[in-house]
Design a protein around this ligand. Structure first.
Ligand SMILES: Cc1cc2nc3c(=O)[nH]c(=O)nc-3n(C[C@H](O)[C@H](O)[C@H](O)COP(=O)(O)O)c2cc1C
Ligand code: SF4
Length: 413
């Protein structure tokens, strides 16, 4: 792989090995995970800050860039600056993707794969839209029965996902992610045991909208584009208020296995594995090294859980391409742990979340033998605190702009 005449690279590592499975083709095993910046213009198009982040992703050498949560409708946005591709702002997305492709080609000699994450934020929308009354969540964010979405409203969503997917392909994305994770609408539906009507109660009802939307999206994008999903395999919240968990809150694969089998039958080729709900058990979703939050488990337990889940899915569903998550914690060991995971077959591609904000050039530097652990993410989650403070989000430790913003808006509060 050639970057430029002046830069030299170390021999191929597992991370740098191309991945090919059917129509899934990546030039290396590095994925930049979706990281919401809450920094788009109010019309949902990328702002200067959004563009800056994605241009860095293009320069990083990652073979797969998984774009952040993109709302399929205005009422499904978490904040007024959430990404939202529409017919009106399509040219701005086209321009960004074309610039990214040109830069990746010029600087890294690669053609990365771009996936757009399609979402409805449900309970976390600006005006909460919930599936059922969940006392576990509502302790922190109270809502009333008025926030429960009707079946008639839910019926309208598959078409909205399909329309966003159509626009995504027109904008130049290689595929889309029908997202079901982190407690947002589709994920909450999966634990709608107590909801009545056609979207609640039985396994078939709770998974119906997710599957209907995948079908609708597939109809629009056809076989030439990638149909993918990011799934919280378990909420790690006791049943009946969480999915993929028993009454004691322990991981239970019974329903996730059933669901993933259906996802495979419906044509999902890539499963981006995640776990937990960042609004309820953030340590499950992103193991902590430091920060004000004191997790009730060690980071090792969280990291082991990720591996158990990924390994299970890889073994049980060999047709899927599995993207791993939750590795930013590793810091000095980031590259060696990633390579171990690939060698041991825990995942096919390693997904990087927080570290992609802290040190976007980590992979490019590692190729040159210049990986600098001191620039790696501290796993402190100040970037999330910026979001929770209704600010734009980025690395509040290593990026001066966000560091200053964090000082002004989050400290002493
Ligand atoms: C600030 C921030 C924004 C995030 N935005 C998204 C998002 O838009 N979509 C998504 O699926 N996950 C999102 N995540 C979760 C990450 O993609 C990732 O799964 C998580 O941070 C754990 O991986 P890590 O240890 O590499 O950070 C976000 C996380 C953070 C901290
Ligand atoms: S603020 Fe920076 S260092 Fe802290 S978790 Fe976020 S990306 Fe990592």
């Amino acid at each position: 792989m050639i970057i430029s005449e002046t830069e030299k690279f170390a021999p191929l590592q597992p991370l740098a090995t191309p991945f090919v499975k059917g129509k899934v083709k990546f030039q290396n095993r590095v994925c930049f995970q979706p990281m919401e910046g809450c920094d788009c213009h109010e019309d949902g198009s990328p702002s200067e800050l959004t563009i800056e982040k994605y241009i860095k992703a293009a320069k990083s050498g990652a073979g797969l860039v998984w774009f952040e949560a993109n709302a399929v409708c205005p009422e499904g946005r978490t904040n007024p600056r959430q990404m939202m591709l529409t017919a009106d702002n399509l040219p701005k997305f086209k321009e960004l993707l074309s610039d990214m492709r040109a830069i990746a080609e010029k600087e890294m000699n690669i053609s990365p794969v771009f996936i757009l994450q399609l979402t409805h934020s449900g309970r976390q929308s600006i005006e909460p839209m919930i599936v059922y009354r969940n006392p576990v969540y509502e302790e922190r964010r109270p809502v009333s029965d008025d926030a429960i979405v009707t079946d008639e409203y839910l019926d309208t969503l598959p078409i909205k996902y399909a329309e966003s997917a159509r626009l995504a392909i027109e904008a130049g994305f290689d595929g889309v992610d029908v997202k079901s994770c982190h407690g947002y609408l589709f994920q909450e539906l999966l634990s709608g045991f107590t909801r009545e009507g056609k979207y609640g109660g039985s396994f078939e009802n709770r998974t119906k909208l997710y599957i209907d939307s995948i079908r609708e999206v597939k109809e629009v994008i056809g076989d030439d584009y990638l149909l993918t999903t990011r799934l919280s395999v378990s909420d790690m919240i006791p049943k009946p208020y969480g999915f993929g968990t028993d009454e004691e809150g322990r991981l239970d694969f019974t329903e996730p296995d059933r669901l993933i089998e259906i996802l495979c039958d419906e044509g999902i080729s890539i499963l981006n594995v995640t776990v937990g709900n960042p609004y309820y058990n953030p340590h499950v979703n992103r193991p902590y090294r430091q920060g004000g939050y004191v997790p009730p488990e060690s980071a090792d337990e969280g990291l082991a859980r990720f591996e158990i889940i990924q390994r299970h899915i890889k073994e049980k569903f060999p047709s899927l391409t599995v993207i791993g998550s939750g590795v930013s914690y590793y810091r000095d060991d980031l590259i060696s742990q990633s390579e171990r995971m690939l060698r041991e077959g825990i995942c096919d591609v390693v997904g990087y979340g927080r570290v992609s904000l802290a040190y976007p050039m980590f992979y490019r530097d590692s190729l040159k033998g210049e990986f600098n652990a001191k620039k790696c993410c501290l796993a402190c989650s100040k970037c999330t605190l910026l979001m929770r403070a209704h600010q734009v989000s980025g690395c509040a430790v290593f990026n001066e702009y966000y560091r200053d913003l964090y000082r002004r808006t989050c400290m002493n509060k």
